[in-house]
Design a protein around this ligand. Structure first.
Ligand code: SAM
Length: 222
């Protein structure tokens, strides 16, 4: 067990997919950390440690990745704001080489541990990256993004990141829990040369079933 994980109260959960399953080590009672790890960002906005939760959007995206699984064989995948890394782990199980990224170093310790315990870490990388200051100099055929568009100040940096990193025929898969403001992000994407298709996926988490929206995003005129 990584020493960094020992700083947190841990629990284990199994996410059952249609055909497969993923064992995740996650944080028990993450609500407690909202106070402990909250801080002000450089603009003076309240920053909350949302990586400490497993979100239904990651389960919805994982189910979608499993559904289109054969596309991921040997594919190079970038996951942004990965949190515990569920969607990327499923892409790895499908044969992808995944670079997991998150602004939070401790989230990456968890995703590395989770990739190891699901036997997919050998083809994965774990990189601390803030989407405001992206650090790669290459393009990806697939980008995964589960529940990263909840705050409007994240939208433009994420659109800029897509411009830089999505290959010309590439696909970015976003998921989010049908928040009212999500349409604003997808309008911004449309205004910036991307097209998208939306579908929905029922997800059960903590005995509650909710509908997660899945967006398949491509460049227009790719
Ligand atoms: C709502 S959580 C979603 C986590 C995970 N994808 C899921 O669905 O369970 C948002 C994630 O985005 C990450 N994040 C927030 N701001 C970020 C930034 N500026 N750059 C990169 N990641 C960021 C957080 O650390 C967190 O892991």
């Amino acid at each position: 067990m990584d020493t960094q994980l020992r700083d947190y109260p841990l629990t284990s959960t199994i996410v059952k997919l249609k055909t497969g399953r993923v064992q995740l080590t996650i944080i028990e009672e993450p609500d407690w950390f909202l106070d402990q790890l909250s801080r002000k960002d450089e603009e003076g906005r309240l920053y909350l440690p949302y990586w400490t939760y497993l979100w239904e959007s990651s389960i919805g995206l994982a189910l979608y990745v499993e559904k289109i699984g054969t596309q991921f064989r040997d594919a190079q995948v970038l996951e942004i704001g990965c949190g515990f890394g569920l969607a990327g782990i499923v892409a790895s199980q499908m044969g992808a080489k995944v670079i997991f990224t998150d602004a939070e170093r401790d989230a990456l310790h968890f995703v590395q541990h989770n990739a190891e315990q699901n036997s997919v870490s050998q083809h994965a990388d774990f990189v601390q990256m803030d989407w405001n200051t992206p650090c790669f100099n290459r393009k990806f055929p697939y980008i995964l993004a589960a529940d990263v568009i909840y705050e409007e100040h994240h939208w433009q940096p994420i659109v800029t990141l897509l411009h830089s990193y999505l290959a010309s025929n590439g696909i970015a898969l976003f998921s989010e829990p049908n928040r009212n403001n999500a349409s604003g992000f997808f309008k911004l994407l449309s205004d910036n040369g991307f097209a998208y298709q939306k579908s929905t996926c029922p997800v059960k988490l903590d005995r509650t079933t909710s509908k997660v929206a899945i967006y398949t995003v491509r460049r227009v005129n790719a």
